[in-house]
Design a protein around this ligand. Structure first.
Ligand code: ATP
Ligand code: MG
Length: 563
């Protein structure tokens, strides 16, 4: 800066292109300054890129500080040193809750064609959001991950997509370690996060083109892929609309399309159909089924019908761990109460002969309800060997028993979900609530009117009271807003550090420096205009103050400079 000011004085018309930048003043030239600024820019860029890898802000898995010193050969050696992933998915689990997979799928494990997660743990402070999850997901299948709110589904996917660093555990996909080789994994990974992350000012078509290119699609293929995807997810009419103007459901469709486009071999969809209408959901199901062929698709959902229809294998998570895995049928058999037989009667009055007929052939059957002209029985799965004979007899005697028709259905996935983990708690809580409500209801029925003491509430119309009420309301609001402000202020550690700790640290440093010896007052210096180069300082006052002035005149000038 000093150099620039000086240069300004020197030439009289400022610094501009073509100026002599090699002019040296106090061992310092403008060209040297500019070179150092350029060097700074490169250094800061390199430092920024390095720190972004080692200390990622917000999301991301930090790399070791020495990551840039690892060459390809070294990485290869590390890869060979890596222990093979423990294949025991069922370690510490009840094997009855996990359906064994077919041999064709087992082969995929040997050929590294699947995604294996073993002992995955994520702790936030003392809380284990994911607690030793082990899963295997196969190519060509959709793996549905179910679980109550807070079960750990998003946290699991966040770790598998490199957004969160796992506390412990391993994961491999197509033979690549998902935590140390995430850069490679990202080339084949498509992600649809639970909350849409889109570029506000890009259109759906531009998004799809961009991500198809990122995923390595050939330039010639991109057009066709984008067109097909827009049709598949029904966004043709909105193709040129900016993302910020899309509706919630349309944004969701776009997020799913982004995850599926290109060469994504592993697709993770976190609640992809939340906020979509029924038609859009069904369209999306078709698209997923059509495209799952060479991909491993992992999907979390709260829609049981979606998991039932799409999930080739379904896992139910509870409290951060997987409770069971298998096909929809397996889970229904394992956790379901069997089959429901719903009979439609020809008459409304009770028909005890139907009960006798069923109990004689299926003694384990349980009569659930008889409402109007409909009776429902639960038939346990264990009785299934007797079903053939029973239904033959039943069909023959339908008219004689005065019945019109019947239907049989298996337990729904929803019932299975409610039975597992948190679901059981919900059921229990519901029952308890029901009992409590019943008890409360009975208590209230016995209360006499005279026992009720009702507080009196009055709304004053008096002017003074109204005024004081308004003031009280204002003070109340003020108090709550202040409390809210204090709470947010104290919970935001960064703001706390910048606003309170940082100034205190600066003040302490300032006092420490002022007391330090090296900062003690320097010897007094006599100020004089002649301490500066004459031609630079007096450039515009040549007529009055010439450097050639001597003797008494100099003392006059010195005195004038101080005035
Ligand atoms: N950044 C975080 N800090 C602290 N706790 C967290 C954090 N992220 C998640 N959790 C906790 O981890 C648990 C699992 O959360 P997660 O988001 O994985 O649940 P989920 O199964 O995806 O639920 P949902 O169905 O509601 O999306 C929750 O109890 C949540 O409070
Ligand atoms: Mg979630």
């Amino acid at each position: 800066m000093k150099q620039l000011l000086f240069y300004n004085f020197q030439t009289g018309d400022g610094l501009k292109l073509g100026a002599n930048t090699s002019f040296v003043y106090e061992n310092y030239s403008l060209s040297a300054g500019m070179s150092f600024l350029a060097l700074d820019a490169v250094l800061y860029l390199a430092l920024g890129l390095y720190l972004d890898q080692v200390l990622p802000s917000g999301f991301g898995v930090p790399k070791p500080w020495y990551f840039c010193f690892k060459c390809g050969k070294r990485q290869q050696i590390l890869r060979e040193d890596m222990q093979p992933l423990n294949d025991d998915e069922l370690a510490g689990q009840d094997p009855r809750n996990f359906e064994p997979v077919a041999d064709a799928l087992k082969r995929q494990e040997g050929e590294d064609e699947c995604l294996k997660v073993r002992g995955l743990v994520k702790r936030f402070g003392d809380k284990a959001a994911v607690n030793g999850t082990s899963l295997t997901m196969y190519k060509g299948q959709i793996f549905a991950l179910l679980g109550h709110n807070g079960a750990g589904k998003t946290t699991t996917l966040s770790m598998l997509t490199g957004l969160l660093k796992p506390t412990a555990g391993r994961a491999e996909v197509f033979g690549l370690d998902m935590f140390s080789e995430m850069a490679e994994v990202r080339k084949i990974l498509g992600v649809c996060p639970q909350h849409d992350v889109l570029f506000r000012n890009l259109t759906p078509e531009e998004h799809l083109r961009l991500f198809a290119a990122f995923k390595g699609s050939e330039p010639g293929e991109i057009d066709a892929q984008v067109e097909q995807m827009l049709v598949d997810i029904d966004l043709v009419d909105q193709r040129n609309q900016e993302a910020r103007t899309l509706s919630g459901g349309q944004k969701r469709k776009l997020s799913v399309a982004i995850s599926m486009i290109g060469n994504s071999k592993v697709v993770m969809l976190d609640e992809p159909t939340s906020g979509m209408d029924t038609t859009a959901r069904r369209r999306l199901w078709d698209m997923l089924k059509k495209n799952k062929g060479d991909k491993i698709v992992i999907l979390t959902t709260h829609y049981m019908d979606e998991a039932d229809i799409l999930g080739d294998r379904i896992a139910i998570m509870s409290e951060g761990d997987v409770q069971c895995t298998g096909s929809s049928l397996f889970l229904k058999k394992r956790y379901g109460a069997g089959y429901n037989l719903v009979i439609a009667k020809q008459v409304r009055e009770p028909l005890p002969e139907v009960d006798k007929f069923i109990m004689a052939r299926l003694p384990d059957a349980i009569k659930l309800q008889e409402v109007s002209s409909e009776i429902t029985y639960q038939l346990p799965s264990e009785s299934s060997s007797k079903f053939k004979q029973f239904f033959t007899d039943f069909d023959d005697n339908l008219a004689a028993l005065r019945l019109r028709s019947y239907s049989v259905g298996i337990t729904t996935l929803e019932e299975v979900f409610l039975k597992i983990g948190h679901g059981e708690e919900v059921e229990r809580a519901r029952d308890e609530d029901g009992m409590n409500l019943k008890a409360q209801g009975e208590k209230l029925m016995n209360v006499k009117p005279e026992d009720l003491e009702l507080e009196e509430y009055t709304i004053s119309r008096d002017g003074d009271d109204g005024c004081s009420a308004a003031l009280a309301g204002f003070l109340d609001q003020l108090q709550h807003l202040s409390t809210k402000k204090l709470l947010t202020q104290f919970r935001d550690r960064q703001i706390l550090a910048v606003e309170i700790l940082f100034p205190i640290i600066l003040l302490v440093c300032m006092f420490a420096f002022s007391k330090a010896k090296f900062a003690s007052d320097s010897p007094a210096v006599a100020l004089s205009v002649f301490a500066y180069p004459a031609q630079g300082l007096w450039h515009n006052e040549e007529a009055i103050l010439q450097p050639s002035i001597s003797g008494n005149d100099r003392s006059f000038i010195d005195a004038a400079t101080f005035l």
